[in-house]
Design a protein around this ligand. Structure first.
Ligand code: LLP
Length: 436
């Protein structure tokens, strides 16, 4: 169903000229798919939580920092998890309410903290020094913002080291198993009646589900201990982060939110019984499957006897794939120049990007219908952490992004999500206005 929508969108994108001569690379987002994913997320938690439990799903803006996407998600009742002043500005531009926004960065400045408190946005303090800044800002007042502490449950990482936020040495949050740390957290709460939340994010891609659940179990146990010692329900909300991995190997969405919610219900009995409000911060699992990068084959050639298709999609949009192809292989689909799925014969070929270094490959030795100039190549499942990762090398422009949805007459309508960066913008951003 998703694949059928995508095929139709590719055809329509070519017919409607989105992939024209001046725009050999564009991003597409499946509006229907985004709405459906949001609905699945809401339903999965509604199914396991006690009636009346407050649940905020705050989309991790870093995954897809595009205002129309945040607006669409807000319409679906999804808030925003932000990690910088820029992301906060995007959430506000999208109209995400302050009470549906959570600020989580590890490097918040005092100015940023002050702004968040003035707006009433939830803040999770990353470390004791940040908490001291909050002390000074809160003073003797009662903060409007829900405030909490981020902990690192140190339950271990997954297959991608750079994305493992809950290893022993991860830079995020208070490392709970370090000497004295757990007791420090308990005391921090007992000393500050205005701290009401505990946060942990055990992610990201590559983490086995039981480990994710274990991270949340650790956090829950600590909250129980703090509340017991406080003699009241001081911690009223648990922020369990995001981190649900995505199946990049195939079309199916696995694991599902429903399966994950059930696993949490089994692993952490009590989590959903209504004593705690919940915040989630999913990014990748909401958006990855909804995005496609489309590019034209400019030239074909052979090198060392192997066919090479030179396209316009490389390191500027697929930074991780280019630099860490083992961790981030992309599923590709081939279409002809009219945007119709291209039948075989398959050939083992390199799909290259436009940037000036040899490693700028979308895929190496990939078996795909033998590509010809003018053909269209789609990089699938690129809705999260691809449009977000623009890399300015070679001054290649950020591509336009369009959302697609049924036009009500059996066709497909596109809405501009973001325009392509222009050459003039590139020149300006390269300092053209400044003296030598
Ligand atoms: N909450 C916090 C505090 C996070 O640090 C993250 C992701 C999320 C939520 C969302 O996690 P997700 O559901 O998307 O797994 N640049 C990397 C991704 C890093 C994600 C780090 N934190 C990449 O290229 O994939």
């Amino acid at each position: 169903e998703r694949a059928a929508r995508r095929d139709a969108a590719v055809r329509a994108a070519v017919e409607q000229g989105l992939l024209g001569p001046g725009s050999p690379l564009v991003g597409l987002l499946d509006v229907t798919g985004i709405r459906q994913a949001a609905a699945r997320l809401r339903q999965a938690f509604a199914d396991v939580t006690a009636p009346g439990t407050p649940v905020l799903h705050a989309f991790a803006v870093k995954a897809t920092p595009l205002v129309p996407v945040l607006r669409l998600l807000a319409e679906e009742g999804i808030g925003a998890e932000v990690a910088s002043p820029g992301e906060l500005a995007l959430a506000r531009a999208a109209g995400v309410p302050a009470e549906a926004t959570v600020l989580d960065s590890p490097a918040k400045t005092t100015a940023e903290l002050r702004e968040a408190l003035a707006l009433g946005i939830a803040v999770n303090a990353d470390n004791p020094q940040e908490l001291a800044r909050l002390d000074a800002l809160v003073g003797s007042s009662v903060p409007r913002s829900p405030l909490g502490i981020r902990v690192n449950p140190q339950v271990g990482g997954g297959s991608i080291e750079a994305l493992s936020t809950a290893t022993a040495t991860s830079k995020f949050g208070v490392a709970l198993r370090d000497e004295g740390a757990r007791e420090w957290v308990v005391k921090a709460f007992l000393d500050r009646p205005w701290l009401t939340r505990l946060h942990a994010h055990t992610g990201s891609q590559g983490i086995p589900l039981p480990r994710l659940a274990q991270g949340i179990a650790e956090t829950y146990r600590l909250a129980e201990e703090i509340n017991e010692r406080a003699g009241r329900r001081q911690i009223d909300t648990l922020d369990i982060g995001g981190g649900l991995p995505v199946n990049f190997a195939g079309e199916e969405t696995v694991p599902t939110y429903a399966a994950y919610a059930r696993l949490l219900a089994e692993t952490v009995p009590g989590l959903f019984d209504g004593r705690y409000g919940l915040v989630t911060e999913f990014g990748r699992s909401l958006l990855a499957k909804q995005g496609t990068l489309l590019t034209r084959v400019e030239y074909t050639k052979t090198a060392g006897g192997r066919p090479v298709a030179v396209t316009h999609a490389g390191v500027q949009v697929a930074t991780r794939t280019v630099y860490a192809p083992q961790s981030w292989p992309l599923r590709l689909a081939a279409y002809d120049a009219e945007g119709r799925p291209k039948p075989g014969p398959e050939a083992v070929q390199d799909i290259a990007g436009p940037a000036c270094f040899a490693g700028d490959l979308l895929a190496e030795a990939r078996s795909l219908a033998l590509l010809e100039p003018g053909d269209v190549v789609a990089a699938l499942d690129t809705g999260a952490y691809y449009f977000a990762h623009h890399y300015a090398y070679n001054s290649l422009p950020r591509p336009a992004v369009y959302g697609y949805l049924p036009d009500g007459r059996g066709g497909i309508a596109f809405a501009t999500v973001r325009e392509a960066q222009t050459v003039e913008e590139i020149v300006t951003e390269a300092g053209a206005a400044h003296a030598t």
